[in-house]
Design a binder for this molecule. Structure first.
Ligand code: PLP
Length: 460
């Protein structure tokens, strides 16, 4: 970190320029204009980042659930440097190809479950979801089923912010941010396992995926998309049997199942992919984030080779969809190195071990702190809720901003975590880099405990 005492002018300059010239994503414009940036980060090492004042934080959200291998990895930097010096960029349009993209597509086919052997590359999660929707609709059009356009997603889901991805997003804060949504996106109520299996006397049946398919007509539905575990919506883990019920339902109606693995993919849940926790193989997976550990942008749509074969047999037209950076050699080189590290350093089995540590410490938090409840953690994707009275399921008033107060208390003490306050719920998310060890987790949990003590005094 810079020595602030000798660089006060730089700090002042950065804050001023930030306020004047930088419109921040998913941030309050007013708070930014009033208070300036929340943090200016300068460097990171392992699970920790340092801000411009030299304060150190454990990154309990892996930045945006993506810096999975932690900060300061020279091997990832070197992979990028080497590729940039050799062939920084090359187009993949018109069947031009490059070594790194080819090797990465091959590697992904080895890692992905079932026949998910073909990758279409993008620059991130939203682009991946946007792409899967368009490619699937293109397919149905080629099959003479133009009317199969509708995409069913789940309430509380997060699929990104481009037009299609935000229309699929179930969190209405994101979905209704702008106007003129893409048509033909419908949200189902999450986790109605029995309804999806066909139990129709449930009051919520009409809001289930099955209910929507029956109402709209199966010949209008292109695909169902869901996160194996919902991330931004509050780390919502589906009940056992849910993913399988959705798989069976999609098979029954001949509808594609898309797993949005943007957070869950590449080890986050203690398996290579989130769906593997339930042994379900979707027709498509969308990935991003952890594929490069966030060191460089990259995403992909992973599909079955039978689907690609069918596209080839249906048309000799060009696939008129692609981004300049689809198959970016430098991004692909970093991804290859990331996947190599994941395997060579046995990161995924480490994540499984750390899951047990987090769950044990969550249990202690729950015992010590009256308001903590509903703790959950799969791999290193964890969260707990804060309720006014867990025994009667009574929530805090929205204006108390309970999860935000806890998260700020953590932040003050050197731990970055994410509050989720969607529709009156108060969840605090903990998803540190996959390389976090027992002592990092214990340190984070001690901070949680201190922040919760302060919170308890505030809400008394
Ligand atoms: N899908 C999921 C499950 C995500 O969590 C995110 C981002 O958080 C996205 C899609 C969008 O990805 P991106 O921000 O890279 O466009």
């Amino acid at each position: 970190a810079i020595n602030v005492k000798n660089n006060q002018n730089l700090v002042d300059q950065l804050i001023e320029w930030d306020q004047k010239h930088f419109l921040h994503p998913t941030s309050s414009v007013r708070a930014h204009q009033q208070n300036g940036p929340e943090h200016i980060f300068m460097e990171g090492n392992g699970v920790r980042v340092k801000d411009i004042y030299g304060n150190e934080y454990i990154d309990g959200l892996s930045a945006l659930w993506n810096v999975n291998l932690g900060y300061g990895r020279t091997d990832l930097g070197e992979a990028a440097k080497k590729q940039m010096e050799t062939l920084p960029f090359s187009s993949s349009f018109n069947n031009y190809s490059n070594e790194q993209a080819i090797k990465l597509a091959h590697k992904i086919s080895k890692l992905a479950p079932g026949d998910l052997n073909v990758s279409f590359f993008t620059s991130g999660g939203s682009e991946s979801n946007e792409s899967v929707f368009k490619i699937i609709r293109h397919y149905w059009k080629l099959k003479g089923q133009e009317k199969r356009t509708k995409i069913i997603s789940l309430g509380r889901a997060y699929h990104g912010v481009t037009m299609g991805a935000s229309s699929a997003t179930g969190m209405d804060t994101f979905r209704t941010f702008s106007t003129a949504h893409s048509p033909d996106f419908i949200q189902a109520m999450p986790y109605l396992t029995d309804c999806e299996k066909g139990k129709k006397n449930d009051l919520n049946f009409e809001h289930s995926i099955r209910g929507i398919i029956e109402r709209e007509g199966e010949d209008k539905i292109a695909a169902v998309i869901l996160e194996p575990i919902q991330g931004a919506g509050g780390v919502n883990v589906p009940p056992g049997g849910y993913l399988q019920a959705v798989r069976d339902l999609c098979n029954e109606y001949g509808i594609f199942m898309i797993a949005d693995e943007v957070i869950c993919g590449f080890g986050r849940t203690g398996k290579m992919f989130g769906v593997e926790n339930w042994n379900v193989v979707p027709d498509f997976m969308t990935v991003a984030k952890g594929i490069t550990s966030g060191y460089i942008p990259l995403g992909a749509v992973i599909m079955k080779d039978s689907f690609r074969d069918e596209l080839a047999s249906l048309t000799d037209n060009i696939l008129f969809h692609g981004f300049t950076y689809s198959g970016h050699p430098t991004s692909c080189a970093v991804a290859l190195k990331t996947l190599e590290v994941l395997e060579n350093e046995n990161i995924i089995s480490h994540v499984k071990d750390m899951e047990a540590v987090v769950l044990e410490r969550f249990e202690t938090l729950k015992n010590r702190h009256f308001n903590v409840t509903n703790d959950r953690c799969v791999g290193l994707l964890g969260a707990f809720d804060v309720l006014k009275d867990p025994s009667s399921n009574t929530r805090f008033a929205p204006e108390q901003n309970a999860a935000m107060v806890v998260a700020r208390g953590c932040n003050k003490r050197g731990l970055i975590v994410r509050p989720v306050m969607y529709k009156g719920a108060n969840s605090v998310v903990f998803a540190p880099p996959l390389v976090a060890n027992k002592s990092d987790i214990n340190e984070a949990m001690n901070i949680f405990s201190e922040a919760l003590k302060e919170f308890e005094k505030k809400v008394k």
